[in-house]
Structures are given as C-alpha cells and as structure tokens.
Write a protein that binds this ligand. Structure first.
Ligand code: KG4
Ligand code: ZN
Length: 360
C-alpha cells in the first residue's frame, strides 16, 4: 500500500510516498527557513501563506519522484496536531481534498507520534534504521517545539513521563544561537561550532527540579539565561556603559574560539539536562531501549553520549528524518490503515498537544 504523507505543522512544507509503512519511495521537504530567518523565528502568517503557495507542487513532486501518478496512491495522510493552526490547516485540508478526489482513505496523524515512528523507515540513500523496534520502549522527543520523555506501548499508545517546564530543547539551542548571532535555526550551527570548542570552558547550571517532585521533567530557561548572561559578560569590557544605558546587547569582540567554547559548553549542559531525566526514567521503568525523534535528535553530542551509555540501546532516525518530513506521517498512517482505521473528512486540526500532555 502506498501512502502519501503531508506535513505542514510548522515551517517545512513536506510530502512523501511510503510503501507499506516502511519503504520511502520519495521524500520532498521544502524549507521556509530563508523566509523566517530575518525574524529569528517562525512567523505563523508567513508560514501558512507559503504552505498555501507550495503544497500542490510539493505533493506533485513527491508523487512524480516516486515514479507514480495520483491514481497509484492508495491513501492520503496529514499531520493534524500539534503545530501552528494556519499551517496545519493547509496540509490537512490538502490531504483530505486529495483523498476525496481520488476516492481513497484519509488518515489524520499526530506530529509527535510521527516523529517517534521515523526510525521505522528505510529507503534509498538512507542507512537502515531500527525496523520493528519492540514495544515497550522509552521515547525521547526533542524538537523545536517539544521535549518529551515517554513510555511507548504501541505506535499510537504513549504515557508521557516528563516534559519541559518552559522552553523546548531546540528552542534553547535556537535562542542561544540567536543571541550569539550564530545562525538560524541555531541547533545545527551550535552543533557544528561545538566540534572545535572546549565543553569544560564554561560551567552552566543544571536546573534544580527536585523540589517539584517531577523527576523526568526538564527545563531550559535557566541554561538559556546563563548562556545569554555570559554574552553580557563578554560585552562588559567594551560596552558596559551603553549596555546599561539602553538595556541592549551590543556586538562585542568574542574570539571565534570563545564562541566555539560557549557552543560546546552550552550543548554539553543541554544534553546533561536531557540525560539526567531520561536515565531516571530508564532506571525506574526498567526499560533500556530508547527511541529518539525530532530535530534535536540529529545532535552529534546527544547521539555520542547516548550511544556511550552501557546497557542502553538507543535508536536514532537517520539525520534526514529527524526534522519534519512527510515520510514519518505516511509511515505512521499505514499502521492505522493496517488496523482498518481511517479518519472522517470532518476531522480537523488542533494546535494543541493532546496525546503527549502529561496530567498535572
Ligand atoms: O522537529 P523539528 O524539525 O521541528 C519541530 O517540530 O520543532 O525540530 C527543529 C529543531 C530546531 O530547534 C533546530 O535548531 C533543532 O531542531 N536542530 C538541532 C540540530 N538540528 C536541528 N538541535 C541540535 N543539534 C542539531 N544538530
Ligand atoms: Zn517536528
């Protein structure tokens, strides 16, 4: 069965055709990054407009790249939640329209479940990933909008254990990179810069969440503030008076090595925060298989640290499938279709996190 998967929850306009929930026949991801970079963040209005302009061509290309025509597609699927409402609506409505026109089933998917499914996919130019990861496993979802540690009992059954109390992990990378002028979105730039940095050069604090009793939660706002304050200290030498006068950070004369040291130290602490919570979950649940997903799962330091933990098996999606893509949506949708489940054309989108929202 060939499923067309559409993903437009944020700033990637993506479509893919996946066969039998496994084999990627095509994967088109058109990024809007250049349109948002000037604002150092995604502008929802721009995002939904671009999706509207692009979605038809992106879907056409995905079908053509797979060597197929629309009549060869057996089902259509789209991300329904969570994400930016306007953006979600474009892809979701497009997929419903396509399914209706072709008279094929439609499946609405959760974006975070789709990220967790990404490591089940394979295809040309991709290293084999973890086909048939046995349940239960622990999911580590780390993206620009979400940070969740969960127990995964099936492709559609999760128990959230911990989340972030403030910023998502990727958001932390993006904000720190923005302050240091490293590029947007910041994760990949910090990752690259950190390769030549000394991770021990700066000591950033781990959040103290013990008193909240939330063992598996994480927090990134303290680390972000500490890293940004460090920039202020760098600037003190030259710009102290101005900075105090108008409250703005001025460009300062950090050496490239200093920037690399900041990147490496920040990245190490960001990963320490994740691993502390994750390892508590491993110990308490006795589950020692971890499947990662989301843009930050591409981080080289996170991968190296997880891979080095004895007695822990870690599965990472191929780097190309860590960020948002339509293949993970098409793959996940196949699992529902296999069970005979489809979504009605009356189903709609929601900006909110639902399945991964932990009860208070
Ligand atoms: O999953 P994703 O593409 O979109 C969301 O659903 O949010 O994740 C995007 C996030 C951004 O915050 C980006 O900076 C981060 O993933 N990211 C990384 C790396 N590559 C992308 N963070 C750390 N290291 C990376 N190599
Ligand atoms: Zn995502």
């Amino acid at each position: 069965m060939r499923v067309l998967g559409i993903e437009t929850s944020c700033d990637e306009c993506a479509a893919s055709v996946v066969e039998d929930g496994r084999r990627i026949l095509s994967n088109v991801v058109l990024t809007q990054i250049p349109f948002h970079a000037g604002y150092s963040g995604v502008v929802p209005e721009i995002a939904s407009r671009k999706h509207t302009e692009w979605i038809l061509d992106v879907a056409r290309r995905a079908i053509a790249d797979a060597g197929l025509s629309p009549q060869d597609i057996d089902a259509a699927a789209a991300t329904a939640h969570p994400g930016l409402s306007g953006s979600l609506l474009v892809g979701h409505t497009f997929a419903k329209g396509f399914a209706w026109a072709q008279n094929i089933p439609f499946v609405s998917c959760d974006h975070l479940l789709a990220h967790l499914y990404a490591s089940n996919l394979t295809g040309k130019d991709l290293p084999p990933s973890a086909i048939d990861t046995p349940y239960p496993f622990l999911g580590l979802l780390v993206s620009g909008g979400h940070t969740v540690i969960c127990r995964v009992d099936n492709f559609d059954r999760v128990i959230p254990l911990g989340t972030t109390l403030d910023d998502a992990a990727g958001e932390g990378f993006d904000k720190v990179a923005r302050y240091y002028g490293l590029g947007y979105p910041g994760g990949k730039y910090i990752d690259e810069l950190a390769q030549s940095g000394n991770a021990g050069a700066f000591k950033f604090p781990l959040p103290n969440l013990d008193k909240t009793g939330r063992k598996y939660d994480v927090s990134y706002s303290g680390l972000k503030t500490a890293a940004v304050n460090q920039l202020r200290l760098f600037c003190v030498k030259n710009e102290y008076r101005d900075m105090l006068a108008d409250g703005k950070i001025k460009p300062c004369d950090m050496s490239p090595q200093m920037k690399a040291d900041i990147a490496a130290s920040f990245q190490k602490t960001a990963v320490d925060i994740l691993l502390r919570a994750l390892l508590r979950a491993v110990e308490d649940t006795g589950i020692n298989l971890v499947v990662t997903g989301g843009g930050v799962a591409a981080n080289s330091h996170l991968r190296a640290r997880l891979a080095a933990i004895p007695d822990l098996r870690c599965v990472f999606p191929p780097a190309a499938l860590c960020g948002d893509n339509g293949a993970m949506v098409a793959g996940l949708a196949f699992r529902y279709l296999e069970r005979g489940e489809t979504s009605p054309f009356s189903s709609t989108i929601s900006a909110r996190v639902s399945l991964f929202k932990r009860l208070p």
